[in-house]
Design a protein around this ligand. Structure first.
Ligand SMILES: *[C@@H]1O[C@H](CO)[C@@H](O)[C@H](O)[C@H]1NC(C)=O
Ligand SMILES: *[C@@H]1O[C@H](CO)[C@@H](O)[C@H](O)[C@H]1NC(C)=O
Ligand SMILES: *[C@@H]1O[C@H](CO)[C@@H](O)[C@H](O)[C@H]1NC(C)=O
Length: 388
């Protein structure tokens, strides 16, 4: 390129940068360019893992957006989908999905029912996934080393697998812990007993993060756990006394348990910052966003915040034995009894356990700008945390 053209090109480049920073405010020059997202978690961010291994999340899951089951426990997209979309990245393929996957910009290791600590029960016994966080890490290690090997073979592998450099440039997202708490409660442990297990749970969490760090990961985006005491699958199964129900209709002791977990999670993240000073950690208070939505449902244009959109009967339209999409056979005919409501976009809770796409979008819109994060960095700038 001749010098004058080069100058013109670089001027044009500056004009573009200034124009885009004028559009989005003074901070846009610090936007991060994450080429990939690697996600770890449970059903809050499962985009097909449990479906691939243990049976499809049945219709009407997926009805509002994908118009067919899409491995998600929701009528549409999850918070992780909105996050990927905000970076212009494709929705994450589940690592366990063997058909139709494209991992060029990330992979999702989350499965519904996953816990941080491995459970000593099977999926059929208690519903918790055997793909606990330690297993998700084994899968990630396999994924990283095998994609390095296969990408070198060229051809289609080059199009379907991430570049090796992406592993250190990617955003690593985590949303896990809720099931560790409910697993204890459903074993009839008291809230105090479950609280006593939290330090051990978080030690395992910390080990998982360090493992990703040793594999090259540097940018971490960590969701805390939501107000589990507001979810039908907990309050329907573990009835509590009236004085322990708050204004929103949620069970205070279980929400306190979630808050206790979150307080220790936040301390764990602070410790990780000092143990791994060249990594960046954003702790996101999803609890407060979800609770704000549930307690202010009507103000935000939603209906009864505790009632499942998709389910079968009872106070919360939730039945433990007949979930969303479940069917019975009557005179040889299949009859779906776990049906969806008329307007999922006005519901917060999808199936008594998970959130609707409308609620997920609402939550994403609240957390994306950093208002609920520590440090208060927007998602688009999560490569610049507060370093030690
Ligand atoms: C499973 O059993 C092992 C060995 O007894 C124990 O150390 C571990 O804490 C148990 N896990 C859970 C989640 O209870
Ligand atoms: C995989 O996804 C990337 C990004 O969306 C796209 O550019 C590429 O063509 C896809 N590869 C295949 C084989 O579908
Ligand atoms: C918990 O208590 C309920 C009610 O007493 C009982 O039916 C259930 O079997 C208990 N569950 C476990 C795992 O002990």
């Amino acid at each position: 390129m001749e010098p004058s053209k080069r100058l013109a090109a670089s001027l044009l480049c500056w004009v573009v940068i200034f124009a885009s920073s004028a559009q989005t405010g003074a901070h846009s020059s610090t936007q991060c360019h994450f080429p990939a997202i690697f996600n770890f978690g449970d059903s809050n961010s499962d985009t097909g893992g449990l479906s691939a291994a243990f049976g499809q999340a049945p219709p009407p899951n997926g009805e509002s957006f994908f118009h067919h089951p899409a491995g998600r426990y929701s009528d549409g997209r999850l918070v992780i989908d909105f996050a990927a979309q905000s970076f212009g990245l494709p929705y994450l393929s589940a690592y366990l999905d063997s058909v139709g996957t494209n991992f060029s910009h990330g992979a999702n290791f989350a499965t519904a029912g996953s816990t941080i600590r491995p459970q000593n029960t099977t999926l059929t016994q208690t519903g918790y996934s055997p793909i606990s966080l330690d297993v998700q890490l084994f899968q990630f290690e396999q994924f990283k080393s095998r994609s390095g090997y296969f990408r070198q073979q060229g051809g289609v592998f080059e199009e379907l697998l991430p570049k090796q450099s992406y592993f250190s440039e990617a955003l690593y997202t985590f949303d896990i812990g809720q099931n560790d708490l409910t697993a204890g409660l459903f074993q009839n442990l008291t809230v105090e007993q479950v609280k006593a297990s939290v330090p051990d749970i978080l030690e395992k969490f910390s080990t998982a993060i360090k493992n990703v760090y040793w594999q090259g990961g540097r940018y971490f985006w960590i969701h805390n756990t939501g107000p589990v005491g507001c979810l039908a699958y907990v309050i329907d199964r573990l009835p509590i006394l009236v004085p322990q129900v708050d204004m929103a209709g949620c069970a205070t002791p279980f929400n306190h348990l979630a808050q206790y977990f979150n307080q220790l999670l936040k301390e764990t993240v602070i410790q990780l910052r000092s143990d791994l000073p060249d990594a960046t950690f954003t702790y996101v208070d999803v609890y407060s966003v979800k609770y704000q939505l549930i307690s202010g449902a009507r103000k935000y244009g939603f209906g009864n915040p505790l009632r499942a959109c998709c389910g079968h009967g009872g106070k919360y339209n939730y039945n433990r034995y007949f979930g969303c999409g479940s069917a019975i056979y009557k005179d040889g005919q299949k009859v779906v009894i776990g049906k969806s409501c008329n307007n999922p976009s006005k519901a917060i809770i999808w199936d008594g356990v998970h959130y609707t796409q409308a609620a997920n979008q609402w939550v994403f819109n609240k957390i994306v700008d950093g208002t609920f994060s520590d440090p208060p960095t927007p998602l688009s700038q999560a490569c610049h945390g507060h370093k030690q």
